[in-house]
Design a protein around this ligand. Structure first.
Ligand SMILES: Nc1nc2c(ncn2[C@@H]2O[C@H](COP(=O)(O)OP(=O)(O)OP(=O)(O)O)[C@@H](O)[C@H]2O)c(=O)[nH]1
Length: 364
């Protein structure tokens, strides 16, 4: 999944690869210098041996301890750059008579390593290249200053421009990734909300349930609420009025419970409230408060006449079992069915006790 974390991971692994490549190239050149020195019956320069040793140790350690690769890259660039400058000075004094191409070859070697492994890291590129480049200019006693400056300036200018482009494209990609993850979060939130009532939908409920897992030994209760004779309401008042009634009932339910309780539009005219960390007594009085709150809305419903002349609802309650949520929902549904069959506008609790309407004061 693409997110800001995976983008940062990508950048980190790119840095790590650059560091590995940088170390490998330096090992290759230091081994080459040691081998050619022995071949020409010279003693290898101490800095070339040190480059090999430091790079091999760092290569091994990079698999275990290293974390801040950007910092490591800069530190090793300056250390290795200084060692190459030292190597060039020692080797230059060893060569008698002086080989003309040696200084140019050394310069090329340093820029080759920097260009291949540090192209995207301008600071490390400069830290690694500048000490040997300055050493070459000094040893050459400014004799070929123009060609030297050209050899140094050309890659530096190219890499400055390349780096600017790289920075822009990285900023753009990073912005894009941030926007994408923000949009995804927004859509993910929206996909959990019922547009008519603003309550959670079933997806939202699933999400909340998965977040509840692991809360410890707390007891939660499920209220299943269903508007009475809502088909008759729709048929007589019209679908638009039905929608308005649903939205008003949703607000009444939300207002009648605590903010930490989870209120869901569970189906067409069915709602579910998950009462967090309560006992059965609280669940019963809360369900009763909800029932009373809907009654208090006084939404005319003359076709609910066997129950009331306004919109009412019935409620089924069940304790929520973490291990079998389906069974809890079935128990709440059965209790709701009982409330409906006992005349509606009432509350029933699964396998505990019946709760008669209008026996408790409404929650203010
Ligand atoms: N206006 C409107 N009506 C809806 C919506 N969703 C479901 N309904 C209606 O809700 C009604 C539910 O009817 P039934 O399931 O038969 O139940 P009831 O008439 O409420 O009867 P009881 O539940 O037995 O009291 C149906 O007519 C659905 O069309 C909605 O989003 N808006």
């Amino acid at each position: 999944m693409i997110n800001t974390y995976s983008y940062d991971e990508l950048r980190r692994s790119k840095l790590r690869l650059s560091l590995l490549l940088f170390l490998l190239l330096n090992i290759a050149f230091s081994v080459f210098y040691v081998a050619t020195a022995i071949n020409n019956t010279h003693s290898p320069t101490p800095p070339s041996i040190m480059v090999a040793v430091i790079c091999v140790i760092t290569l091994i350690m990079s698999n275990y301890k290293m974390k801040n690769y950007a910092y490591q890259l800069n530190v090793f660039s300056v250390i290795i750059g200084l060692l190459w400058a030292w190597h060039i000075a020692v080797r230059y004094n060893q060569l008698q008579p002086v080989e003309n191409n040696f200084l140019l070859f050394s310069l090329m070697m340093v820029f080759f390593i920097s260009a291949i492994s540090l192209a995207d890291y301008f600071v490390a590129f400069c830290l690694h290249s500048l000490p040997p480049a300055l050493m070459v200019i000094i040893l050459d006693q400014f004799n070929h200053i123009l060609i030297m400056l050209f050899t140094i300036a050309l890659p530096l200018i190219s890499f400055t421009l390349h780096n600017l482009m790289q920075k822009r494209s990285e900023a753009f990609t990073s912005e894009l990734v941030n926007r994408l993850s923000e949009e995804r979060e927004k859509f993910s939130d929206l996909s959990m909300i019922d547009p008519l009532t603003g309550l959670f939908n079933r997806r939202g409920l699933q999400n909340k349930l998965s977040n509840l897992n692991g809360d410890g030994p707390t007891s939660h209760y499920i209220l299943l609420l269903d508007i009475d004779h809502f088909k008759a309401y729709n048929d007589n008042y019209g679908h638009t009025m039905g929608d308005k009634a649903l939205a008003a009932v949703a607000v009444a339910i939300r207002d009648a419970v605590r903010s930490r309780d989870i209120v869901v539009r569970y189906g067409g005219e069915e709602f579910l409230v998950l009462l967090i960390d309560v006992d059965d007594g609280y669940a019963l009085s809360c369900a009763e408060n909800v029932r009373q709150a809907v009654l208090d809305l006084k939404i005319p419903h003359l076709f609910n006449d066997r129950v009331s002349t306004t919109v009412t609802l019935s409620a089924g309650i069940a304790i929520m079992s973490d291990s079998d949520i389906e069974a809890s929902l079935t128990a709440a549904d059965n209790a709701l069915y009982l409330a409906k069959s006992r005349g509606r506008n009432s509350v029933e609790i699964a396998a505990l006790k019946s709760f008669e309407p209008n026996t408790q004061p409404a929650k203010s």
